[in-house]
Design a protein around this ligand. Sequence first.
Ligand code: ADP
Ligand code: MG
Length: 559
Amino acid sequence: MEKKQFQAESTRLLEMMIHSIYTQKEIFLRELISNSSDAIDKIYYKSLVDEQLVFDKENYFIKIAVNKDTRTLTLTDTGIGMTQDELENNLGVIAKSGSLAFKKENDAKDGYNIIGQFGVGFYSAFMVADKVTVISKALGSDTGYKWESSGADGYTIEPCHKDLVGTEIILEIKENTEEENYDEFLEEYRLKAIIKKYSDFIRYPIKMDITQHKPKEGSENEYEQVTEEQIVNSMVPIWRKNKSELTTEDYEQFYASKHYGFDKPLGHIHINADGAVVYQAILYIPESMPFDYYSKEYEKGLELYANGVLIMNKCADLLPDYFSFVKGMVDSESLSLNISREMLQHDRQLKLIAKNITSKIKSQLQSLLKTEREKYELFYKSFGRQLKYGMYSDYGTHKETLQDLLMFYSSKEKKLVTLQEYVERMPEDQKYIYYASGESIERIEKLPQTELVSEKGYEILYFTDDVDEFAIKMMMNYKEKEFKSVSSGDLGIEPGEEEKAAEAENENNKDLFDYMASLLEGKVKAVKASKRLKSHPVCLSTEGEVTIEMEKILNAMPN
Ligand code: ADP
Ligand code: MG
């Protein structure tokens, strides 16, 4: 039987694609600039194997120009250009990627930064343009060719004159409609902002003629319009630079320029990983809490770049919730993107990166705690609660990561201490890590329940946050030492002579205590004599796992 090829209504397909792949119109510029960058890269890679071809960086650039009168946006590059065949194949065939083919032919391994792979990005130009003209002259060719299309009704190709090797793309920008604004794509400042957002780290200069009002020479209040060619992009991303070249100020500047926060970060982590997954990252531990941090509105996430091109503003999967305060970015060559480059296809690489990042953040925090304790305490004031929530969440599975980052106020030290510090100081006969819950340090200090434990010379951790007790219940123990509330019935302290005497008193006064319990029926389970009290006449204690403080919180929760 004859095998038939699928037919596609290509004009319809194009329409559909243009309007369904991308969520934002502005990315057309990212796509066209990425193509130009690829085209220059191709000359560069050819020059590596062809001695005749000299790659002088000075001569390679991308230029963007607008003309409001003709409503055109022109993008010029000095890249490898396209022959007639290539125009036909790459721009005439949807989903054909000359760049992907180039990578394969040239056995592209590491160091190949070519971005293109899906063969659809170019058509995004039709989201903003009624007509697209491509004038191109390929490297090693004498003539240029002009490709022209208004989208739906196909395209034409004809020979034309072009001096320089490279490609010029002319977009005739659509007229505004009631719903859509297109004029913005003719505004220099807007284009500049889009370039900054997505293409700031394209490795070749992106030039624009920027018109500015400047004071006239020799005059203070007279202004004139001056048009100057500017390089809009930063080109070398700070994260690709060598750590030794960078100062703390550089990192702080990057933090501010990216609007990660208004504060000065407490610390940064610069990662250059080339193990199982290759990526670079710059992460920050902020000092102060964003105003919406503990609200539902707060969105965690890191910026995600693929090969220097911004893919996602806030990639949530890169950060566990308990480190949701971390700001920064990740750039990787080894991500498999979906066709719109707005999402990832597989999250395997992402998971690896996330895991890696998590452990780096943990060590950074641990070293901050060790070497700059004051800074750490500042951090802990803002984000300690998040760490404790993390301990409580997911059934305590993050214990290993978080247990040494927690701090609690100590009855002995009168300041925040870590669990490790507590355990190291424990007297030999002390079996448990004792804690007392209450609204504030002052309230806890007055609790009669703390007296016996303190008298024994044992340290007590004060739990003043709602989440504290829940967190350590999930944690179960620290270095095999279990936690015990000072108000639990059995404190695990060896009964002395006095306790034994209390037992006897309980027997002798059984009738009295039973009568007291009956008066308090429904409020207490039993009334007993105790030697736990030193200066207070009476205190409440609990049996079992749920303490009075936890009960209060549980009762206050909406059901
Ligand atoms: P992709 O970039 O994913 O390959 P595009 O639709 O963006 O897909 O581009 C299709 C192909 O057209 C590219 O792979 C490349 O071969 C060619 N091309 C596009 N723009 C240019 C350009 N400025 N210079 C040279 N070739 C280009
Ligand atoms: Mg492309």
